[in-house]
Design a protein around this ligand. Sequence first.
Ligand code: AMP
Length: 249
Amino acid sequence: MKVLVPVKRVADAYVKVRAKADGTGADLNNVKMAINPFCEIAVEEAVRLKEAGTVTEIIAVSLGDKSCQEQIRTSLALGADRGIQVETDAELQPLAVAKLLKAIVDKEQPDIVLLGKQSIDGDNNQTGQMLAALAGLPQGTFASEIEVADGKVNVTREIDGGLQTVALNLPAIITTDLRLNEPRYASLPNIMKAKRKPLDVMTPDELGVDIAPRLTTVKVEPPAERSAGIKVESVEVLVDKLKNEAKVI
Ligand code: AMP
């Protein structure tokens, strides 16, 4: 069984990102970059399925400029078998990403595509769903548990009301939620081994995909600074302020 794991290069989750002075986007100069945390969970889950003997091959794929090869190599160090980079310097929006992934799905015919539920830079939460629609495949989003059995995959999903389990026919698209697993760290020997694993590079043109953006970013600015709070000396004063100053009760 083959699993395709799309991994996105994003600013490290622990870095405080600032807006560029001209408001055209986030300032990523000298910012530490990493695999999107939800994609890291997807790689970990694929590796666990391989360790359990369910999966035989894991392909890590990243779309972007040359620097995203770093995130593919990290995925290879974590246990993926080979990598694919679709190289472009252009800004990629979720529809373009989904179309490129669809072209790779057509070529590779994976049994499962395991994506993150969301990238932490754009917070889009769209790619997995769009890919499922474009490929005409069943989808299980926000997975907190995945179980493959008898040509099907059972996906337990985190939804507002609690947990829901859906049974999907394979091939299927799954997106990972935070509680699916805790990703491992790559060991030094595995980081060294990853350098020798195969990594194919292709372009959107070679895949025949139009990646022109459909959305325009009007302005990127930091949220308004919050003013400091105050301590009140009693419940009576609090109620009075809520009633007469904030006018919320
Ligand atoms: P999004 O819809 O942008 O929130 O992204 C959801 C998921 O789609 C991510 O967690 C990745 O698995 C995948 N994805 C989005 N953009 C890329 C990219 N440039 N390269 C590889 N995978 C991506």
